[in-house]
Ligand binder design. Structure first.
Ligand SMILES: [Zn+2]
Length: 328
């Protein structure tokens, strides 16, 4: 029986990846998210040290999507004390391998819990983020593609389509590339464009059997709640209707927030609330309410705390209203 609460998971290992001083992707991000979720109502449960699958199982799933050479480069860079993996914006420290593997492990185990009916809604406060990581390339602060791993687990186990919704201000080029020709894994992204990493034009829609299952909505700098959330609502209605996903995954980056130092957008907590409501409504319509949301970017600590709280509140609100034990 699925727990009728939002399950928020994290793990101390994810704090062990210590980029160079001044790097925006810092452990304080996850601490800010977890602190922002306290105190919390009955609608969600926080597991700050969630159980992780055995390393061998996680590496097995990593190899479904990532080249073994990438896995070895990350492990080897840490073991050899190298400065970075693949790109200078991916610095490594002693704890990087453990952090990246545990972040992937949280995604894998929570995806399994979702397909096995043990939960319906979850938010993972993890790092390093994942959506720029491709089959054989770490980049953009990302090593392994956490949300893609979760999507792959659910798609394989349920033999049904799944949809990844990405509202990080950056285009998730890694996720898009991994599922470019896949009819069973949809990818929808609303992002600033042109902007890092350069991909995400409106005419990038997938190829082969996956033609039409990628949907990009590029937005000019300065987009506000109406523009950003309105674009997501329309795109979700379009792709959701066509794909009818068995679960919705979210690349939850909060760097389109108006106070984010990198994003250049004007989205507020209310915008994240609105986007989460649209995602929950789509999940209720097509996916038995199943949503697995994974932290991506977001570099203003206060905004991370308040926007992720708004996100989880909306994930929980809809569960309240559909739960048989609801009192109001
Ligand atoms: Zn981002």
């Amino acid at each position: 029986m699925a727990r009728e609460r939002v399950i928020v998971r994290s793990h101390p290992d994810v704090l062990g990846h210590l980029p160079t001083l001044g790097h925006p992707e810092m452990p304080a991000r996850v601490r800010a998210v977890l602190e922002g979720l306290q105190p919390h109502p009955e609608g969600w449960e926080i597991e700050p040290e969630a159980a992780l699958p055995p390393d061998g199982d996680v590496i097995g799933v990593l190899r479904w999507l990532h080249d073994p050479a990438l896995i070895e480069r990350v492990r080897g860079a840490v073991a050899a004390g190298q400065r970075f993996v693949d790109a200078e914006d991916n610095p490594v420290s002693k704890g990087t391998w453990r952090a990246a593997l545990s972040a992937a492990g949280l995604a894998v185990s929570t995806a399994l819990d979702l397909v096995n009916g043990r939960l319906r809604r979850a938010f993972l406060a993890l790092r390093p983020p994942g959506h720029h990581a491709g089959r054989n390339r770490a980049m953009g602060y990302c090593f392994f593609n956490n949300v893609a791993l979760a999507a792959e687990v659910i798609a394989r186990a349920s033999q049904a389509p799944v949809l990844i919704v990405d509202f990080d201000v950056h285009h998730g080029n890694g996720t898009q590339a991994l599922f470019w020709e896949r009819p069973d894994v949809g990818y929808l992204s609303v992002h600033r464009y042109p902007f890092y990493p350069g991909s995400g034009a409106g005419d990038e829609t997938g190829a082969g059997a996956g033609l039409g299952t990628t949907l990009n909505v590029p937005l000019a700098a300065g987009a506000d709640d109406d523009t950003f959330a309105g674009a997501l609502e329309a795109a979700l209605d379009d792709l959701g209707r066509r794909l009818k996903p068995a679960a919705i995954l979210v690349s939850a980056g909060f760097d389109a927030h108006e106070t984010d130092p990198l994003g250049g957008m004007h989205v507020t907590d209310e915008g994240y609330r609105r986007m989460t409501r649209a995602i929950v409504q789509a999940a209720d319509a097509w996916s038995q309410g199943r949503v697995l949301s994974v932290l991506e970017g977001g570099y203003d600590l206060e905004a991370l705390a308040s926007a992720s709280r708004a996100h989880v509140e909306e994930l929980a609100r809809a569960l309240d209203s559909t739960s048989p034990s609801s009192t109001g």
